[in-house]
Design a protein around this ligand. Structure first.
Ligand code: PEP
Ligand code: MG
Length: 559
């Protein structure tokens, strides 16, 4: 039960980015209760007809939403519509109705069984389980004649408050109406946080008491401080409006190359998963590409891509970034991103298994093909191509990859630092590698032993944790000592204040979702290298991620 939170109170969570917004709360409706185990009073045929009609209507509604949304949301929703039309699932619903269940109960149980099957498959299929729950709820709502759960659609702008958001909900958010997002669950690397960053939505995740906020209550959502102010006074509203204006002005005035206030250059690069995002990244001021996730090109392929196929994709990207640096990552398959042609054996703990460079090395012809395709694309274009290996955990692996890449014609070969062992031996790794790029998403996952996909341990997945920052500092120190670049390409680089800390720890470039570039550029311009180093010391001496963020936020406010 939601009980009112007194005006003047503040709730706290993890802010995503720097935005601020004021508006009335609108809660995401609670999920529908589980349909009861009652015996149907209708004939089996009548129940089957009800189920059939609701499944078909739900598929049509979802498909229509997809067409309205376009882009990648269309594909997500088309896949959901297919789930409601799956013949095996429809047969299962029929069999359960024959056993005496109501259409509601039969739909609920059949989807749940399908969901459990997907979860047991793990990886990409396991993640689709949430989508299936969403479809199940929609069909049951249709059968009951009640509104489908999901993002409300009033005719005024609002602050959306939810436990967390399903991918289908986030993909369809109407950015003209959703002023801000506040969720009770989720950490800084959750799906909601990543999407909020991508779409520049003001967001605070992990706000414990968020679900006590009631519809219509006015709140100020300030991502830079991670605070939700309830029932603000006129003076609070005016201050929030002024802060929003300031942020807008800072974003538009901070143009050109990324740099600190003292002129220290910090090139700002884009993370991309296909050449399609190149024009947008350039328009947002990307000075190059710091992470090209090549595995995203082939997630649906059942066979390894040919050299020709790959070359064509790489040429397209390199042409778009002519004259600029492009860091291409060799296929990072496994765990959350399995590629069927590289990961064929089931593993109990795929994040600790044959993933990244380990999988490539076990299938060396595929790695060779990729490096040859990239070298050929490099020869035909004018971008400055760097190549790096994912999930490197030893000096020996570094040597293996950089030697092979150079043999196959690539001039600049480096490694990602995503495993604590690589950070701890960064001096030796950088003796072989031309550069290091720190993947803070995986580095946080492995340092804190917290699965980056698991909501129940999301609070551990915080790159502000001093243990993670200490490892980043090790790599920064090693890079400086040996005179080699150290980039950051995990989500941490997209958090403006953390980006300053990372530079203080020795990062020489930052790579992020293009939508984060403006805020990070503006934040860097506020501080000198000396400030950044002071913030880094403060963060390193904290006992927790929350303490580190708090200490640096306070110091930045006074700087
Ligand atoms: C990372 O782990 O931080 C990273 C950039 O790689 P990915 O998110 O693709 O695993
Ligand atoms: Mg990674």
């Amino acid at each position: 039960m939601a009980d009112d939170i007194a005006a003047g109170s503040e709730l706290h969570g993890t802010g995503i980015g720097r935005g601020i917004a004021t508006g009335p709360v609108l809660r995401m409706p609670d999920p529908l209760p589980e349909p009861e185990e009652t015996t149907s009073t209708l004939t089996a045929d009548a129940e089957k007809e009800r189920a059939r009609a609701s499944l078909a209507a739900t598929a049509a509604i979802i498909r229509h939403r997809g067409e309205r949304a376009g882009g990648s949301a269309k594909d997500v929703l088309e896949a959901q519509a297919f789930m409601a039309e799956d013949p095996t699932l429809i047969d299962d619903v029929g069999a359960r109705i024959d056993a005496g269940k109501t259409a509601e109960r039969a739909v609920y149980e059949a989807f749940a069984a399908f969901r459990d099957l997907l979860v047991s498959m793990g990886g990409y299929m396991g993640e689709r389980a949430t989508d299936l729950d969403d479809v199940s709820q929609r069909v049951v709502a249709h059968l009951r004649g009640v509104a489908a759960p999901g993002v409300p659609d009033p005719d005024y702008p609002f602050v959306l408050v939810a436990r967390d958001l399903a991918p289908a909900d986030t993909a369809l958010l109407d950015l003209d109406k959703v002023l801000a997002l506040v969720t009770s669950d989720g950490g800084p690397t959750s799906h909601t946080a990543i999407l909020a960053r991508e779409k520049s939505i003001v967001a605070i995740v992990g706000v414990q008491d968020a679900l006590r906020l009631t519809d219509g209550t006015d709140v100020i959502v300030d991502a830079s401080t991670g605070s939700v102010s309830v029932g603000p006074s006129d003076a609070d509203r005016a201050a929030a409006a002024a802060k929003a204006e300031e942020i807008k002005a800072a974003r538009s005035s901070a143009t050109g190359p990324g740099a600190l206030a003292d002129g220290t250059l910090v090139p700002l690069l884009a993370n991309l998963g296909s050449a399609d995002g190149a024009a947008d990244a350039l328009a947002k001021g990307a000075e190059g590409v710091g992470l090209f996730r090549t595995e995203f090109l082939f997630l649906d392929s059942s066979t390894a891509p040919t050299v020709e196929d790959q070359k064509a994709q790489y040429v397209r990207l390199l042409q778009a970034f002519a004259g600029k640096k492009v860091v291409v990552r060799a296929l990072d398959a496994g765990a959350d991103k399995p590629l069927s042609f590289l990961n064929d054996a089931p593993e109990e703990n795929p994040a600790l298994g044959l993933r990244g460079l380990r999988a490539l090395r076990a299938n060396e012809p595929i790695l060779r093909d990729q490096l040859m395709a990239l070298a050929a694309a490099d020869a035909e274009t004018d971008a400055e191509v760097w190549v790096m290996a994912p999930m490197v955990s030893t000096v020996e692996e570094t040597r293996y990859f950089t030697t092979l890449a150079r043999q196959l014609g690539l001039k600049t070969a480096g490694v990602m630092v995503e495993v604590p062992s690589s950070a701890l031996l960064a001096d030796r790794i950088l003796a072989d590698a031309d550069f290091a790029s720190i993947g803070t998403n995986d580095l946080t996952q492995y340092t804190l032993a917290a699965d980056r996909l698991l909501g129940s341990v999301a609070s551990f997945q915080d790159p502000w944790h001093p243990a993670v920052l200490k490892l980043v500092g090790e790599v920064g120190k090693a890079g400086k000592a040996i005179g080699k670049p150290v980039g950051i390409c995990g989500e941490a680089a997209a958090d403006p204040l953390l980006a300053v800390v990372l530079v203080g720890l020795g990062a020489t470039t930052l790579s992020m979702s293009p939508s984060a570039l403006a805020d990070v550029r503006a934040e860097l311009a506020r501080f000198t290298l000396e400030d950044a180093q002071r913030f880094a010391e403060l963060a390193l001496s904290a006992n927790s991620a929350i303490e580190a963020r708090g200490a640096v936020t306070a110091a930045a406010a006074g700087a």
